[in-house]
Design a binder for this molecule. Structure first.
Ligand code: 2BA
Ligand code: 2BA
Lengths: 141, 141
């Protein structure tokens, strides 16, 4: 495996840039967030604030958990609640200058990791697929 | 990176064995399947038949797509429909004797890949996390 090439790869080279990333806003109702998730097909996406700074992530699991009532899924409650009330905020964040190895470490426990700059503006996401494709290029056995 | 060790790793070494894999049955109503998915926290799981042969996979996305009506999510329809009507059946399948590289190729496009024997009995699942952890062990830069 050609380590030398991995040493020259950075998160910026592998990430999906912000303009191509589906996301929701902190103040969106959960109903809207679930619709975005179902229509985009993604299980989870980043959450941004009005100035496009990264605020967290949200996924179908945590939304559906909210509406799991005693007898059925209580869908009506989704109209009254907002993304910022339940989104995940204790998430790993990478800088675009981070190394390939830092990216590999980060995706061990997360299907995707958000990338942001020092001021907190959202740059993009690093996915497991991007890391795996890079590794496949480097491995020739 | 130590290729020699990867050459000695097989899917059987990395997969989550069937007894530890959450799954649903082909004839379960979608309501039950969604409950299993929400309670287990997994976005998608394997589908087995009554004799524990692998039949397909099912996830929250495809279930929610089914109930996305014009005005809202039509949850009532979930009680009347069954897993086998909508599950994914064109899925990659690995044998436990497959090589690490075959496993890596398979998870490029799928978060997990089902493992089954020649008669179709479900053996377990190979996840991206297991592949990534193995690669991290082998890379020391
Ligand atoms: N429209 C599509 N076309 C082709 N393949 C698709 C696809 N949607 C999903 N997949 C495949 O399924 C994997 C899991 O997607 P999931 O939505 O659970 O999990 C995704 C999703 O939560 C997020 N993600 C990926 N791309 C995104 C985007 N453009 N915008 C927002 N979130 C994204 O990152 C996670 C990991 O993505 P990754 O690419 O490693 O892995 C993806 C990819 O291999
Ligand atoms: N209870 C838990 N504890 C710790 N971490 C958790 C977790 N549930 C999910 N994760 C983390 O989130 C990733 C994506 O999970 P997801 O459910 O979307 O996607 C999962 C799920 O669809 C399936 N899967 C994993 N383990 C399973 C199991 N024991 N039974 C059934 N399906 C499983 O394989 C996919 C990829 O799993 P992978 O481990 O690569 O990646 C997992 C893992 O890193």
């Amino acid at each position: 495996i050609e380590d030398k090439k991995l040493a020259d790869v950075y998160v910026a080279d592998l990430m999906i840039p912000s303009e191509k990333v589906a996301h929701v806003q902190v103040n969106n109702p959960l109903e809207h967030a679930l619709l975005v998730l179902v229509k985009s097909g993604y299980s989870a996406v980043p959450v941004l604030d009005a100035s496009y700074k990264l605020a967290g992530t949200i996924g179908k699991t945590i939304i559906l958990n909210q509406i799991l009532g005693l007898e059925r899924f209580e869908f009506e409650t989704l109209a009254d609640r907002r993304v910022e009330e339940i989104m995940h905020t204790d998430i790993p964040i990478l800088s675009r200058e981070a190394s390939f190895m830092e990216g590999l470490h980060a995706v061990i426990d997360y299907p995707f990791v958000c990338v942001a700059d020092q001021e907190g503006y959202f740059d993009g996401i690093l996915t497991r697929r991007a890391i795996l494709k890079q590794l496949r290029r480097n491995i020739s056995m």
